[in-house]
Design a protein around this ligand. Sequence first.
Ligand code: GUN
Ligand code: FE
Length: 461
Amino acid sequence: MENMTRVIAGTAFHTPNRNKMRPLRDCAIAIDAAGTIQSVTTPGDTDHESILARAEANGSLFTLPEDSYLIPGLVDLHIHAPQWPQLGKALDAPLEDWLLKYTFPLEAKFADHAYAFEVYDDLVATLLAHGTTTAVYFGSVDLKANIILAEACLRHGQRAVIGKVAMDDPDTCPDYYRDPSAEDAIAQTRAFIDAVAALQDGQNGKVPLVHAAITPRFVPSCTDDLLHGLGALAAETGARVQTHCAESDWEVEYVRNRLGKTDAEALKDFGLLTDKTILAHSNFVTSSDMTHLAHAGASIAHCPLSNAYFANAVLPVRRALDHGVKVGLGTDISGGFSPSLFDAARYALMASRCACSGTEPSVTAKARGTGEAPLTTTEVFWLATKGGANAASLPVGAFEPGAQFDAIAIQSGGATSGFRRSDTDTMQDIFEKLVLNATAAAISKVWVAGAEVKTRPEQAR
Ligand code: GUN
Ligand code: FE
């Protein structure tokens, strides 16, 4: 296998742990044929020079230009793929009205498979160009459209978790857009899990790129029978689970009125809180809910931009992390209007700062906000990379031996990169500028599982 090893050389930034950015100056990352990182060395390490020399000799060395930096690929934990045509519009109604007025009619259109192909091809290419190497997608109700999304991810080389959306309650879901029964939704979910496995048969030795997730839309869209059946399917298959949890006052009230408990308690009792569960939003989870999540090993997809429209509250991220809950970031396309996970990281920073200080100027400074320490630049970068990888149970998010090499190269300078260095910048300065300023135009290369998948954003079209 020796001759299959490739080496990427250059300066990298990563955050294996939440509180500390680790610069890897002039490092060499050796990657095997399956895209797995074999070694990460820096000048002075015993093997460093020989690894570089060997790769150079056999033509398998790629050296990043001096003006560029390597970072782990971004992990977006919450995207509604069929809402892509709606990005940036229709944000004038509360969640429960928005679903009926705009979103269910749009998602229903994905039963047209030519339409699904066209939209998903553009979505996957565009997200890769924004540096999203792992995408966790809600699909739509229609089974085949979700297979088309899985095929788009495989074709473009994006790592993904995808769910066939299950929603069967005639009280809350329109006739034109719902599963005909709980049994049918469970059977179709099972069929989707099998279809995703079949798409990747015969990839000997490779980590599968696409995974299926059991995806009840949220408790209000699903009957008890469906939620119960999907919980049993999760136990039987060990598949990932994703759903929305405690996103808004309306959702919390609805679940309390129907089931007499919190959303998180309901999901737990239906068997839907596992160590592979990703809960979108979760703004209103109680301290006791956080303990349930931590015990189960479930994670939260924090979607700060969408929360500004639909949630009526800011998720106390630090409180969740302090409870031992896994947390990462989501764009929540199209509840959030930006496809960029860099933007999600920046909105997470801003939301945490507003929550800390409060926002009403007529209230005294002391009483105005929560006072909980806001997130740092390093922490939001960790949420966008390693935190998200942990939440999605995927071996990515940092440059560590054994992890998959999913990475993006960010180039400084130029009129549209947003990211420029000055002579006095330290490595920490450059890192912070990259996190806060880099645009999609600064992304010069994208790798998933060791394979280069995209170069310039304009070529994604
Ligand atoms: N809750 C149930 N469905 C949705 C959705 O499509 N978007 C958001 N943000 N919340 C939801
Ligand atoms: Fe959502």
